[in-house]
Design a protein around this ligand. Sequence first.
Ligand SMILES: *[C@@H]1O[C@H](CO)[C@@H](O)[C@H](O)[C@H]1NC(C)=O
Length: 510
Amino acid sequence: MSDKQATATAPAANSAPRPSFIPRLTFFQIFIRLLPAILFALYTYSKKGAFQPPLCIAFGVNCPRNPTHLSGLLERPDYYGQVLRYYGNLFTQHEDLGGSLAVFVDGQPVIDIFAGAKDLAKMQTYNNKTLQQVYSTGKVIEGIVIAQLVDQGKLDYEKKIAEYWPEFAQNGKEDVRLVDLMTHESGVPFLDDDDKANYFSWSHLADQKSFSERLARQPHLFDGKKTRAYHAFNRGWYLNEIVRRVDPKGRTIGQIVEQDLMTAYSDLELYYAKLPKESDWEERLSPMHDYPVLRILGRLILPRAIQTNKYLGHPGTLPLHSMVRKAVYNKFGTASMASKALTPRFAPMPKYFRIKEAHTIESTSFSLKTNAHSLARIASMMANGGASTHPGEEPNLLSKDAYTKATTFHSTETCEVTGEALPLSAGGWVKTRNFYGDGPLKDVEVQGWGGAGGSLMVWIEELGIGFAYVTNAFGAPETVLGDYRAKTLLDRVVYARKQELGLLPKPAEK
Ligand SMILES: *[C@@H]1O[C@H](CO)[C@@H](O)[C@H](O)[C@H]1NC(C)=O
């Protein structure tokens, strides 16, 4: 528009009396007037299962027609059948898309199921060949490898990290012990990344020598004062520096898992930087499907009573984690500790942790590719005090002594990153009798860990249970350890097990 036109039209627009029946509204006023409609739209949108093609959610077109695929094993259906029915419902209601669920009781599988599809259109079956990235659930395996090295006398939780890795003793980290790193109290919840000289990318990780120097150089965030602050992605990177210095063959955690763990137990699939075949990246690794951002907003706005209403919403849904609210209201990306520790510049959203570049570098804290069978099988040995569930045929996972050391309660501290105070054991797992709700799980001691998106790997010694849930339907952040799907499944497993043991008043269908 030229100056001439502007001066010619502006006075006319100003002088003409505005018709009074079209009020001039600010954007905010328009928003307020439209709010009921927006809320209604968000509500109807939120009510439909999240993991469907967007066109299907919005307009009911393009909806997948294939029935839910479920295959695998179910034992003692009188008890465990109700667990599987709930699991199946997650798929028909599009709360889940594809994944696996495995439950071992006293070393034997009672549920070992692969279900759903790899894609939203449900054209590719999710089967027992499919592999799934499980984010932080992989920290359980990471911790077990450390416990095995403690078992072999190569590591000691109480020793200072500098004893194994002298260069680590810099910038306030001189006194940090292995147990502090396991319990996220070593003062390195993130790597400095705020200037050009420090700028960090996946390719930096590939240069082992310079990356190792960089990890060693990172200052203790709390000047050496022990403080819990979740090491979401770099606990594994620090542990690997220690592990390759004490392993006689100089191996990393991932290499030990591949060469020792996966050969000791032939049915395990636990992969980090490489898959058995190059074509597996395409053919076996399932893509992850993110929970829609709009729906997160809906859940932030809608009253809880509607979200969990029996008819209008989903009764089991847990509130979004307080971190989400903080991230939205304090604007994402401000330099808070949580945003640095959970959404670093090199991977500002969960999807950046699953690009090929990220996968092909070994990151044991977030990039394990596996299935529920493998995880539950290991959890089942943990439930057995680390001892083999097939004695004579397979070795023990851990000696009794090492299991006891690793699972001894360490401390409950409020985490500066997540705001949660979880009771942790020396081995770096949660150990709690307050895991979920007031149902069958009440007062039952659960140990293990979970991952972003909803995966969960836990064991329950007193009931002999090893449990794992993995999914490609990256759920909304609810709790640090698993969302309502895994927790409700575990709750039902515990119900079934208690019923089986005659620990419940009278057997009745739940
Ligand atoms: C995987 O599934 C196929 C077909 O359902 C079955 O034949 C095979 O035994 C399964 N493999 C394992 C390891 O369970």
